[in-house]
Design a protein around this ligand. Sequence first.
Ligand code: IVH
Length: 700
Amino acid sequence: MKEIATLSRQEAVAEIEALSIELQRHDTLYHRDDAPVISDADYDALKRRLLALEEQFPDLRRLDSPSLRVGAPAATGFGKVRHKVPMLSLDNAFDAEETAEFVARARRFLSLPEDTILDILAEPKIDGLSFSARYEDGVFVRAATRGDGQEGEDITANLATVADLPARLKTSTPPRILEVRGEVYMRRDDFAALNSRHSARGGKVFANPRNAAAGSLRQLDAKITASRPLRLFCYAWGELDGFTPETHKGWLDQLQAWGLPVNPEHHLCRTLEDVEHFAADIYARRADLPYDIDGLVLKVNDVALQKRLGFVARAPRWAIARKFPSEQAQTRLRSIEIQVGRTGVLTPVAHLEPVTVGGVVVSRATLHNEDEIRRLDVRVGDLVTLQRAGDVIPQILGVITGQRPADSTPFVFPHTCPECGATATREDGAVAWRCTGGLTCPTQATERLKHFVSRNAFDIEGLGGKHIEAFFADALIRTPQDIFTLEARDRASLSKLKNRNGWGPASAEKLFDSINARRTITLDRFLFALGIPQVGQATARLLARHYGSLGTLLDTLDSIPGPDEEARLSEAWLTLIGIETIGPAVAQELLAFAREPHNRDVLRALQAEITILPVEEPDTTHSAIAGKTIVFTGTLTRMGRAEAKAKALALGAKVAGSVSAKTDLVVAGPGAGSKLKQAEALGVTIMDEDSFFDLVSNMT
Ligand code: IVH
C-alpha cells in the first residue's frame, strides 16, 4: 500500500471509491447478515485507511462515506419467547479421566456407594443449533431458539418447514403439553450441495454446516428456510404436562413412538468402560457419520437421579459434553497485536496466514499473555501448530523452530497501552499487563460500555459495538448513564441522531424505544452489567440473591473498614466471603469498585434513570427455611454436602461458610468441630442431618 502523502489526487479518488464500496459490503455482512468475512481488526484497518485518506483529501469525503455511518439496518422481526424451563448448556470433559471425575462427582453428590451401577446414556453431540418445540394436545404450536437460555427467538414458522418435525404427534392420547428440545443441523452432503448451488449463482457461501443451519433457520422469510435442507434430532425436554419420563432411554423411545426423530446412535452404558468403548467407536466412525459431531453427551439415565442432581449455574450436574480431541493445522504467524479489554488487560492476539482447521478458516488466535508467549517462544514469522476444539477459540500449541526465519527476534511485550499510551503495569503474582489509564483509556471505556449493553447485561437491542464506538468518538455516549439520557439530550440538541448518516427518524426512535424498554432491570443483570472484574453472571446472581438490593450491598461494602487487616476481620467481610463461591478475590474487587468515587457517581446517575428490581426468588411458599442463613458442617451422609446446599438454596435459604451471630441454623454431621462449638456458644439452632432431611422433605 502506498504512503498517503505520496498519492496523487487521482489515485486517492480511486482508492476512496474502492474502500467505500468494500466497507459498505462488510457493514452489511456484519450487521445485517451476521456473517462477517473479515476480522474486526482487518475491518478496522480498512476503515483507518479510509479515514486517513479523507483527512488528507477532505473535499473527497463522500456524503455517504462509511466513515460517517454506524451499521447497516439490522435484520429484526423475530418475536421473543421466554423459556419456562431454561435451556442450559453443558460443562465439558476432554478425556477418560475427566469423564470418570464427572461420574464420581455425581456419585458423591448422591451419596451412592462406589459399587452401585449408575447408568449413563451416551449420544452424539451434534454441532447445530438448539431449538425448543412446543406441542399442545399433540399439535405443534410454537418453537424458539435457545437465545441466552432464558429467552429465545420465535422460530415457529421456520421450524414448521423442517420436514423431520411432525405437525402432529403420532398418538391418540397426546400429553397436554410437550416441549421437546433438540438440535437442527445440516448433513455434510446437503451442505456441500447447497454451497455449490450458491456459489454458482454468486451467492453466499457458508463456512461450515453449523453456520449454514443457523443461517437457514434464522430467516425472516420462512420460504427461504423451507428451501434449505435442514434436519433435526430431539433429545431433551422443557415443560411437560401429562407425561413423565422415568429414564432418558425411555424418553428417547417415547419420542420415537410419537414420530419425533431421535439420533439412532445412542447407547446405554452401565460402566465407565462401556462409555469409553462407545466413545472410541463413535470417534472412529466420525468421518462416516453424515453430520458433524464434536463429541458425545453423557447423561445420567435415571430421571429421578437427574432431578436430585439438579444444576449449577448454567449446566446440569447430570450431564456432560465429552469432547473429542480437536483438529490441528500449521500456519505462519504474521504479527502479534496487543488488544485492550474492558478491564485494561493487554491481550496479545496472533494474526495468522489463514488456514482451515476443523472446517473453519482461522486467521487469529489468542496468545493469552506475556508468559504464554515466552513459554512458546513464539516469534513473528514462525511456523506454528494450532488447534481448534469445537466452539473454543483457536489455540497455538507450539512452534516448529526448525523452520524459523534466521533473522527472527523474541517478541518484546509492550509496557505502555497501545491504545492510549498510558503506562502498563504487571502486578506481583499477576499474569496480565494492565493499562493504568482506566476510563481515560478510550478502548477500556468503550469495551465497558459494550459489555454494559450486551445480551446478558442490559441487552439493549440496536446498540451494537460499532454504534458504541461511533457514539463514544462523538462524545454522545461516554458513560453508562449517557445511554439513558441520550433521548432527552437529542430532543434538546440541534444535531439530531436522525440526521446522522445511516440513521433516520424511524431508526432513531427505535433506538430510543429499545433503551427505554430497559429502564427496569433485575439486580443480578445490573451487577453483571457493571463489569466488575471477577463478577460474572453466576456471582452476580449470588450477590443479588444474598443482598436483595443495590443499597444493601453498597451499605455492606461501605461498612467494611479501611486497612486490610481490619477489613478482613469485619463481620461484613466474613459474611461476604462466606457466600458460596465468593471468595476473598471477588470480595476485594467488589470493595475496590465500591471505593472508587467515579463508580459511585455512575451508580448515582444510573439510579436516577432506571429501576432495579430484586431477582425473582424461587417458589418458597412452602419453605420454612426461606431467608434463613444455614451453615453445614461435618460429614453429611444422607445426601452429601453439595446436595444439601443445593436443596437449601432452592428453598430460598442462604448458605454461609462460617458461623456468626447472623446464622439461623447449623446442620452438623459427625466430625463437626469449631463451627459446631461456635454455634453452641452463640446459641444458634443446631440439628443433625436426619432432622434437616425430614424438615426439607416436607417442603416440596
Ligand atoms: S442436552 C441440559 N444432548 O450442546 C441439557 N445437548 O453444550 C442440555 N447438543 O445447547 C442439552 N447434541 O445445543 C444435549 N444429544 C445432545 C446434544 C446437545 C448437541 C448441544 C445443545 C446444547 C449444547 C450444550
